[in-house]
Design a protein around this ligand. Structure first.
Ligand SMILES: Cc1cc2nc3c(=O)[nH]c(=O)nc-3n(C[C@H](O)[C@H](O)[C@H](O)COP(=O)(O)O)c2cc1C
Length: 337
C-alpha cells in the first residue's frame, strides 16, 4: 500500500474551508480504497447548501488523481452516493460520524502522462493572509488562470481598480462582523479557531492564529466578544484594524460558474484544486473572502458591484512573502483501520 501512503502524504496538504480536512481514507488493497467524510468536520451553519464540503471532497479526489498521475498511476473513483446525499440535512440524519463518499481505484499505466502539476506545488500553495506586494498579476499568469477556468466551464475575473477593491474589502468586513454576531455561524467557526500554537499542534487542523495575520488578542476578542464589533464606539477601530491587517491588495478576483447544486460543487472542487496549484506555479497567493459569498446580502451586493453572476469564490490575489504553513493531520490520523 506504499503508493497510497506516498500519495496521501502530499494530498493532505490540500486546502479546505477553515482547514477542517473532512477526508478519511480506508485502504482496502494496493489498488482500492474508500474515501469517507467526517461528519463533525462539516460546516452546516455556514455552508447551508453543503456545496463547500462537497467541493472539498472533489478537490481532495483531484489532489489524489494529480499525485497518482505523477507516479504513472491512474486514479479513478465511483461515488457511493449522489453528491446531493451530503447536504447538511442529510448529513445530520446519517448515522455515525463517518460517511462513505467514494470508492477509489489506483492502476499503474505505463506511459501515462504526468499531471503537469509537480508534487512540490502542493506545499508551495498556501493561503496568504499577509500583505501582498503592489505588483499586479502578470498578464501571462492571468491568462493561464482564465484559460484553465474556461476549460472547466468556469470564469475567472480580476479587478484592479483600487476604489472598487476598497469597497469590496469594506463590504467583506461588514459581512464578517455581522456573521460573527449570528449565533449559529459564530459557534461553528469559533470551534475551528486555534488561539495558541499548542492547540494548533494538538489538533493539526483549524484556523491557526499564526496563519491569520492577526494579533492573538484581536482573534480572541472576535471569538469571545463579537458584540464589540457592533459597538458604535469600537466598530470603526476594529474596521480600521482589520483593513490594516489585509495589507496591500493589488487585485481582487472571482471564480464564477456552476457550483451551488451538489453535483456541480463536486466538479468545481476538482477545478479549484487545479486552479490553486496553477496560481502557485506562477508564485501567486490567494486569500478567499468567504463571507462575501455565504452572506446573502453581501453576495447580492457583489453581484451588483462586480456584475459577475454565479460567483462562488472571491479572493485577493498577488505576490507575498511566504506565509506561515498551516498544520495538517498526519496520514496515520486520516487513515481508518
Ligand atoms: C472553498 C474554500 C474557501 C475558503 N474560504 C476562506 C475564507 O473565507 N477566509 C480565509 O481566510 N480562508 C479561506 N480558505 C482558506 C482555508 O482556510 C485554508 O485553505 C486552510 O486554512 C488551509 O490553509 P492553507 O491553504 O494555507 O494550506 C478557504 C479555502 C477553501 C478550500
Amino acid at each position: 500500500m506504499d503508493t497510497w501512503i506516498e500519495i496521501l502524504q502530499t494530498a493532505v496538504h490540500a486546502p479546505s474551508p477553515h482547514n477542517v480536512q473532512p477526508w478519511r481514507v480506508r485502504l482496502l488493497s494496493d489498488g482500492e480504497a474508500d474515501l469517507l467524510m467526517e461528519k463533525r468536520r462539516t460546516l452546516p451553519k455556514e455552508d447551508v447548501t453543503g456545496s463547500f464540503i462537497i467541493l472539498t471532497m472533489g478537490l481532495f479526489i483531484e489532489a489524489l488523481a494529480v499525485l497518482a498521475a505523477n507516479r504513472s498511476y491512474e486514479l479513478t473513483y465511483r461515488l457511493h452516493h449522489e453528491p446531493s446525499a451530503y447536504t447538511p440535512e442529510k448529513i445530520e440524519r446519517a448515522e455515525g460520524d463517518l460517511l462513505t463518499f467514494a470508492r477509489l481505484r489506483l492502476r499503474q499505466v505505463s506511459g501515462l502522462r504526468p499531471s503537469g502539476f509537480d508534487d512540490a506545488l502542493f506545499l508551495k500553495r498556501r493561503t496568504s493572509r499577509v500583505t501582498l506586494s503592489p505588483a499586479p498579476v502578470p498578464a501571462e499568469a492571468a491568462r493561464a488562470l482564465a484559460d484553465l477556468a474556461r476549460a472547466w466551464g468556469q470564469r475567472y475575473e480580476q479587478f484592479s481598480d483600487s476604489p472598487l477593491i476598497e469597497r469590496v474589502l469594506a463590504r467583506n468586513t461588514d459581512a464578517l462582523f455581522e456573521d460573527l454576531n449570528a449565533p449559529g455561524y459564530h459557534d461553528e467557526i469559533v470551534e475551528w479557531f486555534r488561539f495558541t500554537d499548542r492547540a494548533a499542534r494538538r489538533t493539526r487542523d483549524g484556523l491557526d492564529y499564526r496563519c491569520m495575520n492577526t494579533s492573538r488578542l484581536a482573534f480572541w476578542l472576535a471569538a469571545k466578544l463579537p458584540s464589540l464589533l457592533r459597538s458604535a464606539a469600537l466598530r470603526p477601530v476594529f474596521r480600521r484594524t482589520y483593513r490594516r491587517q489585509l495589507g496591500t491588495v493589488p487585485s481582487v478576483a472571482v471564480l464564477a460558474g456552476a457550483f451551488w447544486r451538489p453535483e456541480e460543487a463536486f466538479e468545481t472542487g476538482r477545478f479549484l484544486l487545479r486552479f490553486w496549484l496553477e496560481a502557485a506555479r506562477h508564485n501567486l497567493y490567494i486569500h478567499p473572502y468567504g463571507n462575501l459569498v455565504t452572506n446573502r446580502a453581501a453576495a447580492g451586493w457583489c453581484l451588483r458591484e462586480l456584475g459577475v453572476p454565479d460567483i462562488w469564490l472571491i479572493f485577493k490575489i498577488g505576490f507575498s512573502a511566504v506565509p506561515p504553513k498551516s498544520y495538517r493531520r498526519s496520514v496515520e490520523e486520516v487513515l481508518i483501520a
